[in-house]
Design a protein. Structure first.
Length: 279
């Protein structure tokens, strides 16, 4: 099971949009995927067309991770209701987000608290008869900060994918996040690593974006992934409809879907070299 945190230090760079784009690519490829919405705003949950019934949200599962049953509380995404994997299992499931998770978004969490999500995934994967082990990929949509929830996600992950807009403050925030990852690795998770940086919402006609992309290539080298993701004019409409970009009509959506396919392929290839087995 490959676990990837989708992170950014700065809000508004399209972190959740990239999470949803990768989830759409995974669904289209038939890769059994779980999206964990760890952002208290729960935008990924909304974009995936999920509405809770009696299920526990991820915050309440983290409250008692040794007893919470992940498989019993995830929901099939609205995208995957008609897309079934072998044996009839949903292709894309969601651990729903809520404001309750915000109780863990503090800077002073100890090691035990940081392992809450790891414990939940471990116990669920090892439960007799559990279906939690069916997932090939877990995507964690993190809050736009380096507080407790992001570090909980990093502790549970093989790698982190950083999202940045080619703009001054976003680039500076990405540089700080890379430093934070190195400190985190040294203290808590030596096997954790950065999968790379995705330049998102790129405007090809913007001289500022052209300059910042060149700056990012110099600063980050091979960590800056290709392709970059251009600004999608109808992205808000797609998300508002709770629809996967791979099923949205039009050439622009098809082109964007192809970019996410490429990014997902690279992410899975890198993860296969570092995959941590939960047991």
């Amino acid at each position: 099971m490959q676990v990837v945190s989708i992170s950014s230090l700065k809000g508004g760079v399209g972190k959740t949009s990239v999470t949803l784009g990768l989830a759409s690519a995974a669904l289209a490829a038939g890769i059994a995927t779980l999206v964990i919405d760890l952002d208290p705003h729960a935008d990924a949950t909304t974009g995936l067309g999920v509405r809770a019934d009696a299920q526990l949200d991820i915050g309440r599962m983290l409250k008692n991770p040794r007893k919470a049953q992940l498989a019993a509380n995830v929901l099939p995404s609205g995208w995957s209701k008609n897309a079934k994997a072998d044996g009839g299992a949903p292709v894309l499931d969601v651990a729903i987000g809520s404001a309750f998770a915000g109780i863990y978004d503090r800077p002073d969490l100890g090691r035990r608290d940081l392992r809450r999500l790891s414990t939940l995934l471990n116990n669920s994967a090892n439960s007799t008869g559990s279906s939690a082990g069916k997932y090939q990929l877990v995507l964690i949509d993190c809050p736009p900060s380096l507080n407790g929830l992001t570090r909980i996600a990093w502790t549970a992950s093989n790698q982190v994918l950083l999202i940045a807009e080619p703009a001054l403050f976003s680039v500076a925030g990405t540089q700080r996040t890379l430093r934070a990852i190195e400190l985190f690795r040294a203290e808590f998770a030596p096997g954790f690593t950065a999968a790379g940086i995705v330049a998102n919402r790129v405007r090809s006609g913007s001289s500022e974006h052209t300059y910042r992309l060149a700056e990012m290539k110099t600063m980050f080298g091979p960590l800056l992934l290709s392709p970059t993701i251009p600004e999608q004019a109808n992205w808000q409409q797609i998300q508002g409809a709770a629809h996967p970009i791979h099923q949205w009509p039009g050439e622009s959506a098809r082109n964007a879907a192809g970019l996410f396919d490429h990014l997902l392929g690279g992410l899975l290839a890198k993860g296969s070299l570092r995959n941590r087995v939960y047991r």
